[in-house]
Design a binder for this molecule. Structure first.
Ligand SMILES: N[C@@H](CCC(=O)N[C@@H](CS)C(=O)NCC(=O)O)C(=O)O
Length: 289
């Protein structure tokens, strides 16, 4: 019997810094800043503070989609917040996001700066502000928000649950892997059935619900998350796969995936984005050479 099976919770929980999990060094049971540091501010209307994780990619794809449509007011500076190094606990970051999680957005287009955090709220803010990627019809809009909220509520089981125990925990524990694999496969089945007779998640248009769901469930079926494609038999979700491949081809999605990305091939990593030309000139392969 392993040590974990003998575990009896103490009367009062205390932090065990040595738990060995991948993010043990940055996790704390308290909120607030750990160090004084202002956030940098660029010249564009939007300032994004993020990293290229699935939640971060939602926002960079949305901004690139708006720019692709010709919405110049959506120009943005994307600053890299290295969550593995604890940048999300700087005083400047905590000021705009007391929850210390990427992505966080600052809208400087009005006389008073306005901060938005939580990726779903950021998508909705940008969609409403520019009246793009969200249906106008009340019921269609509600259907779109239903799937946006579905994503926000479901992805923690995929990331914090399945992904954590399958890929990041210090040992492979059977109980949580079983529990979260079952839940993630159930979610995949929900999506696969939903997509059986449509091209997009809601209505006939590409909306913020596609933009929110794709970096998680799209990436999973495309074999890009947690090395779990065989384990979860992702190829069997044929409708999701078709939808994911179609979205993967969008130029704005290709660009959005590169912004604030710190893993993968160097030519796919654009650590900071301040200009449309940065995709051609400032990727890590060019900066390193
Ligand atoms: N519900 C939040 C979740 C954000 C989130 O979990 N961000 C992760 C990266 S994907 C993060 O910043 N982790 C750093 C930490 O937990 O300290 C959202 O959708 O914006």
């Amino acid at each position: 019997m392993s040590e974990s099976q003998n575990y009896i919770p103490p009367k009062i929980w205390t932090l065990d810094k040595e738990n060995g999990g991948k993010f043990a060094n940055i996790n704390r049971p308290t909120s607030g800043s750990t160090h004084e540091k202002e956030l940098p501010i660029g010249k564009h209307p939007f300032q994004l503070y993020s990293q290229g994780t699935p939640n971060g990619v939602k926002v960079t794809v949305m901004l690139e989609e708006l720019l692709e449509l010709g919405v110049k007011e959506a120009e943005y500076d994307a600053w890299l917040i290295r969550i593995g190094k604890g940048d999300q606990f700087s005083s400047g970051f905590v000021e705009i996001n007391p929850n210390s999680k990427i992505p966080s957005l600052l809208d400087n287009s009005n006389s008073k700066a306005f901060r938005v955090f939580e990726s779903g709220s950021i998508l909705l803010y940008l969609a409403d502000k520019f009246e793009k990627f969200i249906p106008k019809d009340f019921q269609e809009r509600t259907e779109c928000l239903t799937w946006l909220f579905w994503q926000m509520a479901s992805a923690p089981y995929l990331g914090g649950g399945f992904g954590h125990f399958y890929a990041y925990a210090p040992e492979k524990f059977e109980y949580p892997i079983n529990r979260f694999s079952m839940e993630v496969k159930r979610q995949l089945d929900v999506l696969d059935r939903h997509l059986s007779n449509k091209n997009f998640i809601c209505s006939e248009q590409y909306t913020i619900s596609d933009i929110a769901i794709w970096p998680w469930y799209g990436a999973l079926v495309l074999g890009r998350l947690y090395g779990a494609e065989e384990f979860l038999d992702v190829k069997s979700y044929k409708n999701i796969l078709k939808w994911a491949k179609m979205i993967d081809e969008r130029p704005a999605v290709k660009r959005g995936r590169m912004v604030n990305r710190i893993t993968g091939e160097l030519y796919t990593q654009l650590h900071e984005r301040h200009n449309a030309n940065d995709f051609a000139n400032k990727t890590q392969d060019k900066i390193k050479s």
